[in-house]
Design a protein around this ligand. Structure first.
Ligand SMILES: [Fe+2]
Length: 439
C-alpha cells in the first residue's frame, strides 16, 4: 500500500465518521406549519409520519422491498462492487445523466449506443477525470430525440498513486447492459408521475409505487424533501434511491427537484454528487412532447438570517438569479413554441395557508414571470397536505396550482389537446382530477 493509497482511503473514512457522528439526537427545527410542531426529534418525527412497526409490510405480496438495501454492499472492505444504481436522471431530448455508486473510489465511464454500447463517455472537470469519489455521474449528450440507447456503467477501482506518474488500479465492475429512451418534442402522448415530501419514509413511497399505473410513463419527478435533512449517505440510498432503481430508474429517468430539507445537514453540500441536476445546477428546463418543463430550486423557507441556518445560507440572491434565468428560459423558442408550460418547485407560490417567507419570495420574484409566460400548471409539495388552486384563486396566480400531499402521487397525462392531472392518495383514493385544455 503506497502513501497515496492510504490518503485516499483515509478521506473516505473521515467522511464516514462525519456522517455517522451527526446521526440521531438532532432537532428538526420549528417549522410548525410544515411539519406539525417544534422540537421534534428524528424518532418522533418519523413516528408522526407513520414510519413505525405498523407502517411496515405495505407492499403487495411478491414485490420485494428495496427500502432496507444491504449496507454490506457499501462496505469499504471486501470485493469492489457497484453498490447502488445505475439510476437515470435529468432526461432530455438529446441527453441523459447516468449515476451510480461503488463501495470504494474509482474511475468511471458509460458505454452506450443505439444498437450496442460501443461509444464511451466520461465525466471530466477542467480536463480531469475524477478518481477520488465513490459517486459517479456521467452526462451523455448529443443523443437523438426519441431514440432508445443501450448503456452500461463501468468503474475501475482507483487504488492510489505510487508516484505522480504511476498509479495503481484494482478490479473493474460494470452494470448489466440496460436501456433508456430519450425525450422527444414530437411525441404526442405520454404520462409522468410525481412524489414529494417522502422524508426518508421509503416504505410509504414503495406503497405509492404500487398505487399507480406505469403504462405510458416516460419520466418521474421527485419534488423535494425526499431526504429528511441530508445527514448520511445511507439516507439517500435508503429513502428512495435504491427503491427507485429497483422499481424503474435503471430504464426510466427521474427529475430530482431540491427541497428545503435537502439543503440541511452535513451532506447538503454534496447533494449534487448524488443528484447532479444538469451538470451540478439544480434549476434547468427540458422539453417533451407538447410541454416545456421548468425545474426551479426554491431553497429554504425562512429568511437567510434565521437562527436555524447558522449563517450558512444565501438563498435570496440565488432565487433572484433563478428569476433572471427563468425570464430568459420562458422567452426561448422552445418555451414559446410549446402548447403547455409546466413548472416544478418544492415550495408553492399560490398557497392559501400561512404566508411563509419562502412562499412570499416565490410570489414576489417568480409569479410575475410565470404569469406573463402563460404557464398553465405549477406543481409543488412542501405543505404535506393536498391543495389545489384554480387561476387567480390562490392570489395573483394565472396558472393552475397543485400541491401534492406527502402521501400522494400526481400523475399527468399529456396530449396535444390537454393536460389531464390526477392526484392519487396512498391506497388509491383519487383526490382530484383536472383537465387543462390547450390554448
Ligand atoms: Fe419542505
Amino acid at each position: 500500500m503506497g502513501v497515496r493509497e492510504s490518503e485516499v482511503q483515509l478521506r473516505g473514512q473521515v467522511r464516514s465518521q462525519v456522517q455517522l457522528g451527526n446521526e440521531g439526537g438532532r432537532q428538526l427545527g420549528n417549522e410548525k406549519n410544515e411539519e406539525g410542531g417544534a422540537g421534534l426529534t428524528r424518532r418522533s418525527f418519523m413516528r408522526s409520519l407513520g414510519w413505525g412497526v405498523a407502517g411496515l409490510g405495505l407492499l403487495s405480496a411478491g414485490v420485494p422491498s428495496a427500502c432496507a438495501s444491504s449496507d454490506a454492499a457499501s462496505a469499504a472492505d471486501g470485493p469492489f462492487v457497484l453498490a447502488h444504481g445505475p439510476c437515470l436522471q435529468t432526461p432530455g431530448a438529446d441527453e441523459m445523466t447516468v449515476t451510480w455508486h461503488t463501495n470504494r473510489v474509482g474511475v468511471s465511464k458509460v458505454l452506450y449506443g443505439k444498437d450496442t454500447p460501443d461509444a464511451s463517455a466520461v465525466a471530466s472537470r477542467d480536463g480531469l477525470i475524477p478518481n477520488d469519489s465513490t459517486c459517479h455521474a456521467v452526462r451523455l449528450t448529443g443523443l437523438e430525440p426519441g431514440q432508445t440507447y443501450h448503456y452500461k456503467a463501468v468503474t475501475r477501482e482507483f487504488k492510489g498513486y505510487a508516484t505522480p506518474y504511476s498509479v495503481k488500479y484494482g478490479d473493474t465492475v460494470e452494470s448489466d447492459t440496460l436501456s433508456f429512451t430519450t425525450l422527444d418534442p414530437n411525441k404526442t402522448a405520454y404520462s409522468f408521475l410525481m412524489w414529494n415530501d417522502i422524508h426518508d419514509d421509503c416504505k410509504r413511497l414503495e406503497a405509492m409505487f404500487e398505487d399507480v399505473k406505469w403504462d405510458g410513463v416516460d419520466f418521474t419527478v421527485f419534488n423535494g424533501d425526499i431526504i429528511s435533512d441530508f445527514v448520511t449517505e445511507r439516507q439517500a440510498f435508503r429513502s428512495f434511491y435504491d427503491a427507485s432503481v429497483s422499481r424503474f430508474a435503471k430504464t426510466l429517468p427521474m427529475v430530482f427537484v431540491r427541497g428545503n430539507h435537502e439543503t440541511r445537514g452535513p451532506m447538503a453540500r454534496h447533494l449534487s454528487d448524488y443528484f447532479p441536476g444538469r451538470n451540478g445546477r439544480q434549476y434547468w428546463s427540458f422539453d417533451h412532447g407538447p410541454v416545456h418543463y421548468v425545474v426551479l430550486d426554491s431553497g429554504e423557507d425562512k429568511p437567510d438570517d434565521n437562527k436555524e441556518y447558522a449563517g450558512l445560507v444565501d438563498f435570496t440572491p440565488y432565487r433572484q438569479e433563478q428569476a433572471e434565468w427563468l425570464k430568459a428560459d420562458l422567452a426561448s423558442d422552445a418555451a414559446k413554441r410549446a402548447k403547455f408550460r409546466v413548472v416544478f418547485s418544492h415550495q408553492p407560490s399560490a398557497y392559501g395557508g400561512l404566508n411563509d417567507f419562502g412562499v412570499q419570495e416565490l410570489r414576489r420574484l417568480w409569479d410575475p414571470i410565470i404569469n406573463a409566460a402563460k404557464v398553465q400548471l405549477w406543481l409543488s409539495g412542501h405543505i404535506h397536505d393536498f391543495m389545489q388552486r384554480a387561476p387567480h384563486e390562490g392570489g395573483d396566480n394565472a396558472y393552475h396550482a397543485i400541491i401534492n400531499p406527502k402521501d400522494g402521487t400526481t400523475r399527468v397525462e399529456v396530449t396535444p389537446e390537454a393536460l389531464q392531472v390526477t392526484v392519487i392518495q396512498k391506497g388509491g383514493k383519487v383526490l382530484t382530477t383536472l383537465r387543462i385544455p390547450a390554448g
